[in-house]
Design a protein around this ligand. Structure first.
Ligand code: FAD
Length: 335
């Protein structure tokens, strides 16, 4: 008796006869008690699927404050709160269990998460546990099963149709506007329980968080990035002075990071952060494709480079062929 029933269940699921519904896994800053802007962008993407949107907020004590913020986002119909010490530091092995348990209870058709270093850690685990191939870095949603994503460091744009009954997506947040943070009134419920939230596979030991009064690189309206052309760590202070005046963040190319001029978390590009600020100023950066893939969606791109053939000028809206050691202090004075 049991076997035929299971077979029918699989068939129904494969052919999409169940109701479509979307689960968004929230990212948040637990120390600040805030929902991240990337989650708001992911909720916008979820809205384009036109299914009811449930948001899962998992964290330690105090996570309810974040859940309340998620409940106020228009378009969210339900917020599920998974509060447990095991979820406090976003340990991938523990968080993936919370996502899997929530999916098993809700049978969602889509699971969405912001594309980030954090989701790169837990989303593959969720996908493996639920036996579905994830589609990462989605930049546009065509329909329930068709998604657009960059390939080859952004040199090609692929339109992908999936036949997976459960679609697991990570969303490139620079491609979707932030959903408004107020105006909604979603119900808040306790998330389905996990038998053993602490998977026991990894433990949080410590973290070293760099403190900066500047805006966060991924969400800053102005980003000033420096490359190998700056030559030394000390010369990055020139960019910091300009960033202070423009209330912007400072970024770097991989070459500058590899030479220890800037910390790893400030790298922009394929293997760094993806940014799309209103203004991106590239100083002493040649414009390799791996760098461009992290910033070419910026609204206005300005480049300063002494080599007029530098590829960065091909994507720049404004280009200045000049020695950066003269041009940057002059610009800072004039701002
Ligand atoms: P360079 O290419 O050396 O360019 C320095 C520029 O400074 C030159 O154009 C030069 O004309 C200019 N310059 C020098 N002196 C002056 C001056 N006085 N005034 C004005 N201009 C001056 N790179 C990234 O940035 N981000 C990534 O995420 C990334 N991921 C990668 C992933 C892979 C798998 C690989 C293979 C590479 C990746 N790279 C990445 C590296 C990338 O290919 C380039 O090597 C790197 O971006 C070059 O950095 P740059 O432009 O600072 O240095």
């Amino acid at each position: 008796m049991a076997q035929p029933r299971r077979f029918v269940g699989v068939l129904m699921s494969r052919f999409g006869t169940r109701d479509a519904s979307t689960l968004v896994v929230a990212e948040h800053s637990e120390s600040k008690g805030t929902l991240s802007p990337s989650t708001l962008c992911t909720i916008t993407a979820a809205g384009q699927l036109q299914n009811p949107v449930t948001v899962l907020v998992a964290g330690g004590k105090g996570i309810n404050a974040v859940a309340q913020q998620a409940a106020q986002v228009p378009g969210v119909s339900k917020v599920l709160v998974a509060e447990h010490a095991a979820y406090e530091k976003g340990i991938a092995e523990n968080l993936s269990q919370a996502v899997v348990a929530t999916h098993k209870a809700g049978d969602y058709s889509h699971i969405l998460a912001p594309s980030s270093m954090h989701s790169k850690n837990y989303v593959p685990r969720v996908a493996a546990l639920l036996d579905s191939q994830p589609i990462t870095d989605v930049i546009a949603i065509k329909d329930q099963a068709t998604f657009v994503r960059p390939m080859y460091a952004g040199n090609a744009i692929a339109t992908v149709t999936t036949s997976e009954p459960l679609k697991i997506l990570t969303v490139r947040t620079t491609a979707f506007e932030k959903a408004p943070s107020t105006g909604g009134s979603a119900a808040t419920e306790v998330a389905p329980a996990v038998a053993k939230p602490e998977a026991g596979l990894s433990a949080f030991l410590s973290e070293s968080v760099s403190q900066s009064a500047r805006p966060e690189l991924s969400s800053a309206r102005v980003v000033i990035s420096g490359g190998r052309g700056l030559k030394t760590k000390e010369h990055f202070q020139m960019l910091e002075a300009l960033a202070d005046k423009l209330k912007g963040a400072v970024g770097a190319s991989r070459a500058a990071v590899d030479e220890f001029h800037m910390p790893n978390e400030l790298q922009v590009g394929q293997t760094g952060k993806v940014v799309a600020p209103d203004l991106y100023l590239a100083v002493g950066i040649s414009g390799a494709i791996q760098h461009l893939s992290g910033m070419k969606d910026s609204k206005v791109i300005v480049a300063i480079n002494k080599d007029k053939e530098a590829p960065i000028f091909q994507v720049a809206d404004y280009g200045l062929v000049a020695d950066l050691f003269k041009a940057v202090p002059e610009l800072t004075d004039k701002v």
